[in-house]
Design a protein around this ligand. Structure first.
Ligand SMILES: Nc1nc2c(c(=O)[nH]1)N[C@H]1C(S)=C(S)[C@@H](COP(=O)(O)O)O[C@H]1N2
Ligand SMILES: [Mo]
Length: 315
């Protein structure tokens, strides 16, 4: 599919997600790769076989919904640095993205800023498997068995100060590795942000893998954010910087199209995107649409973060 990027304000995620793309990808049968992987993990944590991450702790936050198969999770992606078609990231990212060595800088309003190798960022924190729903703002969803750590466990090591009201995340900026950064359309590097309480929420995680293996490049290797109650675009990939900041950070999609994408981006079936309804979604691999749930079904855990806020205004 050929996509011409017009003015950035015209760029919408849905421009690159025609219904036909995922209709082509309908799956009537679901494989049970996870059942195998899950069985291998056992009821508690076991040492991991070669090439696998581990030991992995199971999480009470995991959904028991059927995960999407590995091929869909790693073959149907949004990672605009590598192209706008859903197949582009899998085609290009593994060849172009160099994830070793990988350094992450932690800075801003904290007592212990630092720059460290990605392995050291999570060292000493128990890896967990968390099976989460992911709802893209475009109207499709998946269930993904992530491997990672609670973001809070990482952030607290840097001792944020009382001025740290938000956390900003930045993707690698290197057009040699990420060729679409040479194009206009989106302001690069990709940036995202969370309020500090959202960042510290136990559901929020930094993922380093999926299906028990290190993250594939197309899913945001070697380190990406996962915020399951927000639209997928908040879950920024291939992070090189994390900053504690006092002001609400500017984020890529809300800069590109502020009337269409807000800072909060909580999944909300009652607040339509200006161009389409958010009431329903298509789970990749399923034939029929299903209802979208408030906060993507995580309301019990997160609704209190937004008590008293008008979610139409703070969309
Ligand atoms: N750096 C970066 N992060 C990104 C994106 C992107 O284009 N660039 N796309 C976002 C969007 S729109 C979605 S839906 C998810 C998709 O994650 P997945 O491909 O692992 O399913 O990644 C998010 N993170
Ligand atoms: Mo998305």
């Amino acid at each position: 599919m050929l996509i011409r990027i017009r003015r950035s304000s015209d760029l919408r995620e849905s421009d690159v997600t025609p219904e036909a793309v995922y209709q082509d990808r309908r799956r009537f049968l679901q494989t049970s790769v996870l059942a195998a992987a899950g069985a291998a993990l056992g009821p508690t944590a076991l040492a991991a076989p070669a090439g696998m991450l581990g030991p992995l702790r199971k999480s009470p936050f995991s959904t028991d919904e059927e995960p999407n198969d590995f091929a869909d999770i790693t073959g149907y992606n949004n990672f605009y640095e590598f192209g706008y078609d859903k197949a582009d990231p899998a085609r290009h990212a593994p060849k172009l993205l160099r994830t070793e060595p990988w350094t992450v800088a932690i800075g801003g309003e904290c007592a212990r800023p630092g720059k460290l190798a990605v392995e050291d960022l999570t060292r000493g924190i128990a890896l967990e498997e968390r099976i989460y729903r992911l709802r893209c703002v475009e109207g499709w969803s998946m269930v993904i068995p992530w491997v990672g750590v609670p973001l809070a466990a990482v952030l607290q090591r840097y001792q944020p100060t009382s001025r740290a009201k938000f956390v900003e995340f930045v993707t690698l900026h290197d057009p040699e590795q990420m060729p679409y950064q040479r194009r206009g359309g989106l302001p690069w590097p990709y940036r995202e942000g969370l309020r500090i309480d959202e960042a510290m929420h136990p559901l929020t995680m930094l993922a380093v893998g999926l299906y028990g293996k290190p993250l594939p490049a197309q899913n945001g290797a070697p380190l990406r954010l996962v915020v399951p109650w927000k639209y997928g675009f908040k879950s920024i990939k291939s992070i090189v910087a994390i900053n504690f900041v006092e002001q609400q950070p500017r984020t890529t999609w809300s800069l590109a199209a502020p009337r269409e994408y807000g800072f909060y981006a909580n999944v909300n079936p009652e607040v339509d995107h200006p161009r389409w309804s958010q009431k329903r979604e298509r789970r990749i691999g399923h034939l029929f649409k299903q209802d979208t749930l408030m906060f993507n079904g995580y309301g019990e855990q997160v609704a209190q973060l937004y008590a008293g806020m008008d979610l139409r205004k703070y969309f």
